[in-house]
Ligand binder design. Structure first.
Ligand code: PLP
Length: 428
């Protein structure tokens, strides 16, 4: 494939945008090479500036669960735009999408809309701190909750239970309130509660981690977190920015039958427009301004175009009784196909999958936390990525990302992908 125009556009972008991109992973630093500039997308396909057609397994990092340029969403946005694009005043549409979301997701009474997943998680933490009147939070290594300061924390050294900043600009003061635990290690979480009695406001977790590849929770892990939170007066925050409205209508809470106190959303809930949200039961959500003391706000929050897109998306997911089964069946088909061809080609690999989230790790051992995710062979991944790109299949340009399956993918697309993987595997 030729990427001449993409290369030129990237060179131009680098002059005026730091690193040429508005979000780092897009720059291909993990795999090398030049990022691909998109011209348009429809259904399961991307069309780039060099007129290459690519089957898309990123789908805007999750939102496009029904495929690109999905007509009900596009039409809803066009119709809304004609009537004004932002008011900074309440609209009926905000209540309608809130009612719909509350009806689909278990254990939530109220929902507040924001503009990104980052904002949702940042606000959820503030709310949990305000509600419990405690400062510390537990997060898991390898989980990503956006780029707000409290989350840009790495594990402290040795016996320290404190986190340390993992980006310049995050203060030590902020870092000391974020405790790091290993995903799927309940003893680790227990020890943190022991060492920080009555100080922990909340645990925040991706109930299926999607930011170290796809890493499922071990059997009973989420339930044990629920129990630990109850025993210690802490809140359980599910970051369902990836899993919400993807794994099931009610997200991971429904799939794993675990109750969270606050749930964060992003991606699918905005239908491809910039939307995030956080939700919980009345007792907690009523702590928010203007009725409660915890401040949170946004000029463009509840923006009519974003709400129109989100509502159109949620309506389809709510009304199509087969959608989540169909998505899972397609993902299982892909899983089995990849497994077959990688095995036939004697490659060491592990595939993780939950619902329509799937990832391929180039290591034969189980991947269940950040450490085991890091054991994957990155050099093989880079060749795999570029090989697939050359065959017209676009997966995330990083070994630590999930592939998102969309309903627009046909079985012919999946077969094409499996054949492409077979070809690429021969050169690994
Ligand atoms: N939480 C999770 C689980 C995510 O995957 C992401 C983004 O990928 C975020 C939060 C942050 O969302 P946003 O990029 O919309 O700020």
């Amino acid at each position: 494939m030729i990427y001449q125009r993409s290369s030129q556009l990237f060179a131009e972008a680098e002059k005026v945008i730091p690193g040429g991109v508005n979000s780092p992973v897009r720059a291909f630093k993990g795999v090398g090479g030049t990022p691909i500039f998109v011209k348009s997308a429809k259904g399961a396909y991307l069309f780039d500036e060099d007129n290459n057609k690519l089957i898309d397994y990123i789908n805007s990092w999750g939102p496009m669960i029904l495929g690109h340029a999905f007509e009900p969403v596009v039409n809803a946005v066009i119709e809304k735009a004609k009537k004004g694009t932002s008011f900074g005043m309440p609209t009926e549409l905000e209540t309608e999408i809130a009612q719909l979301a509350v009806s689909m997701v278990p254990n939530i009474d109220k929902i507040r809309f924001v503009n990104s997943g980052t904002e949702a998680c940042m606000s959820a933490i503030r709310l949990a701190r305000g509600f419990t009147k405690r400062d510390k939070i537990i997060k898991f290594s390898g989980c990503y909750h956006g780029h707000s300061d409290s989350f840009l924390i790495a594990a402290g050294s040795g016996l320290s239970t404190f986190g340390v900043p993992n980006s310049p600009g995050v203060t030590q003061g902020t870092a000391k309130d974020t405790l790091l635990a290993s995903y799927n290690d309940i003893e680790n979480v227990k020890a943190l509660f022991e060492a920080n009695k009555n100080e922990i406001a909340a645990i925040i977790i991706e109930p299926v981690a999607g930011n170290m590849g796809c890493v499922p929770p071990k059997e009973g892990f989420l339930q044990s977190l629920r129990q630990l939170c109850d025993e210690n007066g802490a809140l359980l925050i599910f970051d369902e920015v990836m899993t919400g409205f993807r794994l099931a209508k009610g997200g991971a809470q429904e799939l794993f039958d675990v109750v969270a106190d606050i749930v964060c959303f992003g991606k699918v809930i905005g239908g491809g427009l910039p939307v995030g949200a956080f939700a919980g039961r009345n007792e907690i959500m009523n702590y928010l301004a203007p009725i409660g003391p915890v401040y949170q706000a946004g000029t463009l929050s509840g923006n009519p175009l974003a709400m129109a897109a989100g509502k159109a998306m949620l309506e389809v997911l709510n009304n199509d009784a087969e959608i989540f089964t169909r998505l899972e069946e397609k993902t299982v088909y892909l899983h089995q196909g990849i497994q077959k061809v990688l095995t036939e080609n004697n490659i060491d690999f592990t595939i993780n999958r939950v619902g329509s989230m799937i990832s391929v790790h180039f290591d034969k051992n189980p991947v269940f936390d950040f450490q085991t995710a890091k054991n994957g062979d990155n050099e093989t991944f880079k060749k795999f990525f570029h090989g697939l790109l050359n065959e017209g299949v676009y997966i995330a340009p990083s070994a630590y990302e999930t592939w998102f399956i969309t309903d627009a993918l046909t079985y012919a697309d999946l077969d094409f992908t499996i054949n492409a993987i077979n070809k690429v595997a021969k050169s690994l």
